[in-house]
Design a protein around this ligand. Structure first.
Ligand code: G3H
Length: 255
């Protein structure tokens, strides 16, 4: 089964709503329509930019999609400060990032919480981009494949094959995030292949063949080509480079 690559630009806590509109418009200009036949491109702004991004995308009839960086495991109620999947769906989001290492580390999100958020995303028709990834200590011990697979299994525990088929997985080694130290294509392939094999085990071979597995960590226009050339790497979750429209367009065009 051929998988269409996905390039997802996670803006993290950057760009206010006016800057967001400017970036989306520059991106639209730099990414002609023909690219969208080959690659899906999405931007993942802060919550406070979503309405502006929606207006820019809808108003200009753009082919990029957008999503959010997190969501509540709950649908509504007394959860001050949280944002529900229902709200994101209403704003036209396609994707939502779940379990990014910055949420796991800074906010103590466990696999159990990631699983509940993944279920919440699916309940509202959003595509969760479920993140996994090892720290430098684990990489140096050489137990990174086992570590990632444990995180993956914990984050998807009990989901049906149909639910798993609606998810995107992002492998992001923590030591490569924002460091300029990108994983080698072979490093990325090793874990992404293990992810796919695990999906075959917990869902089915058919689901494994269709699911998109992204690599994230210092992806740029210079390295994206060799990363997505790997048989099990289906695109990138891009941080810093997604804040620069020309660079993000260039790397989206390569994929
Ligand atoms: O979500 C994106 C990743 O954390 C990668 O960030 O491209 O700045 O290394 P980066």
């Amino acid at each position: 089964m051929s998988r269409k690559p996905l390039i997802a630009g996670n803006w993290k806590m950057n760009l206010n709503h006016l800057e967001a509109i400017a970036v989306v418009q520059k991106l639209a200009f730099a990414l002609p329509e023909k690219y969208f036949a080959k690659v899906d491109v999405t931007v993942i702004p802060p919550f406070t930019d979503l309405r502006s991004v929606q207006t820019a995308v809808d108003g200009d009839g753009l082919l990029i999609t957008y999503g959010a960086q997190d969501l509540s495991p709950h649908d509504s109620g007394a959860y001050t400060g949280d944002i529900s999947g229902a709200f994101l769906a209403k704003l036209g989001c396609t994707y939502v990032v779940v379990g990014h290492s910055e949420r796991r580390t800074i906010h103590g999100e466990t696999n159990e919480i990631v699983l509940e958020k993944t279920k919440a995303a699916l309940r509202h028709g959003l595509t969760p981009i479920v993140c996994i990834g090892e720290g430098l200590d684990i990489r140096e011990q050489g137990t990174h494949v086992e570590y990632n697979i444990e995180q993956l299994k914990g984050s998807l525990a009990g989901l049906t094959a149909d639910e798993v088929s609606k998810i995107v997985i992002a492998y992001e080694p923590v030591w490569a995030i924002g460091t300029g130290k990108v994983a080698t294509p072979a490093d990325a392939q090793e874990v992404c292949a293990a992810v796919r094999a695990t999906i075959a085990e917990i869902a089915s071979a058919e689901v494994a063949a269709g699911i998109r597995v992204l690599y994230g960590g210092s992806v740029s226009s210079k390295n994206v080509g060799e990363l997505v050339a790997q048989p099990d790497v289906d695109g990138g979750l891009v941080g810093g480079a997604s804040l620069k429209p020309d660079e993000f367009a260039a790397l989206s065009a390569i994929a």
